[in-house]
Design a binder for this molecule. Structure first.
Ligand SMILES: Nc1ncnc2c1ncn2[C@@H]1O[C@H](COP(=O)(O)OP(=O)(O)OP(=O)(O)O)[C@@H](O)[C@H]1O
Ligand SMILES: [Mg+2]
Length: 468
């Protein structure tokens, strides 16, 4: 049985066709789960590395052998009549330190149970993962691992990320196999047009590679990838009885993806062009947090540089989080000092981010809300009005409209409809911005959560028929 998997930044889901029936895989009672994993063991952190006498002796040994090698090279160069540029002692020392630290990390990882996939047996998923982390305040919570796949990763971190992706894909495969009553071994996995990346297109290539590796370890014999807006197009195609050009806009948690396609009728769907922006709902949470919460923690009031607050708000960026936790705020005036130090406690940035996301979601339905920040200081809270939200998310809206303007410039013709999906499309501000970008074109609202996974199920069913 071939299934479609939507490995989302915020939520993951899976679906397939049983006969003609679209069947969503259930995870407990739910049809999707928050893409978060909690595991209690500690992953080696390079910052825990300390030069013990034993490790120092290893550094010295590396320096000695590098020096001997240098002498050898210098001699050979002299014999050939060439020149050899010697490296300074401090350079040799830096290299030796780096090697010893890497070997230390590898040893720790090998000793640590988290280094093996089996050890993730105690992992928790979804909201349960977030809750366990907040309750224990220890261990590792990895939220939105998809956001990390396209970043420059050192080999050790890459290994951990592959394990996490493996675990999520295995969780999905096992749930699907149980529900469908047969072993699921193939899948079509959705991917954004551009992953969030620090290396441009290379980041997207790395992300797909990681997912491929993870899928193999998770027990899939074969997987293929389909761009998420193309998947949503496959779903919309099924709803259209007559042929038309359509624009698909999927605004998710991590990315905003667009496809221009010819859909409907008896012919096969044809994806003409896709566009992508590596920004989504998680950026809105950071925007709102910076706008409404961080002034309560001293942003723009104290001399704490603004980047500290950005680091605290960026919960999906582990190096930034670590950086924030390492700061010393004992010199900051009260009340900000205590609030900042409370925010450095385990789980507090996650809680602040959750509060930002919840406030954002509430403000999609009502005009103002009250955010409780009592976990930072008893009684602390802040009122947020729709106008604050408008102001906070302005940078995202502006960037998204720029993407949509590009789409308009590059599309081959005016589409008959704009099909809107993705969780962030629930926001009235975002929806209005999309409508303003395409005046006069009817907008069709799909299921914000299930458009992509439903289309992936269509693609999975077609691929299965094609290979029978
Ligand atoms: N009512 C709402 N108003 C505004 N945003 C919302 C609302 N409901 C959910 N969201 C946001 O939608 C996002 C999740 O959307 P979705 O499930 O489409 O993302 P995803 O598929 O996990 O991410 P991606 O496709 O980018 O990898 C989250 O940022 C969530 O906060
Ligand atoms: Mg999505």
């Amino acid at each position: 049985m071939n299934i479609g998997i939507d490995f989302g930044t915020s939520y993951s889901a899976a679906a397939t066709f049983v006969g003609d029936e679209l069947t969503l895989i259930h995870f407990g009672e739910a049809r999707q789960f928050r893409t978060a994993v909690f595991f209690p063991e500690v992953v080696p952190d390079p910052n825990d590395f300390q030069l013990t006498p034993e490790l120092d002796a290893q550094v010295e040994a590396h320096i000695r052998s590098a020096r001997a090698q240098q002498r050898q090279f210098a001699m050979e160069a002299q014999q050939r009549g060439g020149a050899f540029v010697e490296r300074s002692d401090s350079e040799l020392r830096r290299d030796a330190l780096r090697t010893v630290r890497r070997q230390w990390m590898e040893r720790r990882a090998a000793e640590s149970p988290t280094a093996t996939v089996e050890s993730f047996q105690h992992a928790l998923f979804g909201d349960e993962a977030v809750e366990a982390y907040l309750e224990y305040g220890d261990g590792n919570l990895i939220e939105s691992p998809k956001s990390m796949l396209g970043y420059r990763l050192d080999p050790q971190v890459r290994k951990v990320i592959v394990h996490i992706a493996t675990h999520i894909l295995e969780h999905i495969r096992l749930a699907a196999s149980r529900q469908l009553g047969e072993a699921v071994r193939t899948a079509v996995i959705g991917r954004p047009v551009h992953f969030r990346s620090s290396m441009g297109e290379k980041g997207s290539e790395q992300a797909v590679e990681i997912l491929r590796e993870a899928a193999a370890v998770a027990g899939f014999d074969a997987v293929s990838f389909l761009e998420e807006p193309a998947a949503a197009a496959m779903h919309y195609h099924k709803r259209l009885t007559t042929r038309q050009a359509a624009l698909i806009v999927d605004i998710g948690g991590g990315t905003t993806d667009v496809a221009f396609a010819e859909l409907g009728g008896d012919e096969l769907p044809r994806i003409v062009h896709t566009w992508g922006l590596a920004k989504g709902g998680t950026d809105l949470d950071i925007n709102l947090s910076m706008h409404s919460f961080m002034p309560q923690l001293g942003n723009n009031v104290t001399r704490v540089p603004v980047h500290h607050f950005v680091e605290a708000a960026s919960v999906h960026n582990l190096p930034k989080q670590r950086e924030f936790r390492r700061q010393d705020y004992r010199m900051v005036d009260e009340p900000w000092q205590s609030r900042l130090r409370a925010l450095q406690q385990p789980g507090a940035t996650t809680r602040l981010n959750q509060t930002a996301e919840r406030s954002k979601i509430t403000l999609s339905a009502v005009d103002d809300t009250h955010a409780d920040l009592g976990f930072l200081e008893p009684g602390l809270g802040v009122g947020i009005a729709r106008a604050d939200m408008d102001e906070a998310v302005e940078p995202f809206i502006h960037r998204m409209q720029r993407l949509l303007a590009e789409v308009r410039e590059e599309w081959p013709g005016v589409p008959a409809s704009v099909f809107l999906t993705g969780g962030t499309s629930r926001s009235p501000i975002v929806k209005a911005a999309v409508r303003d970008s395409f005046p006069g074109i009817p907008m069709v609202e799909g299921d914000p959560s299930l458009g992509v996974v439903s289309g992936l199920a269509v693609a999975a069913a077609e691929a299965a028929t094609a290979t029978v």
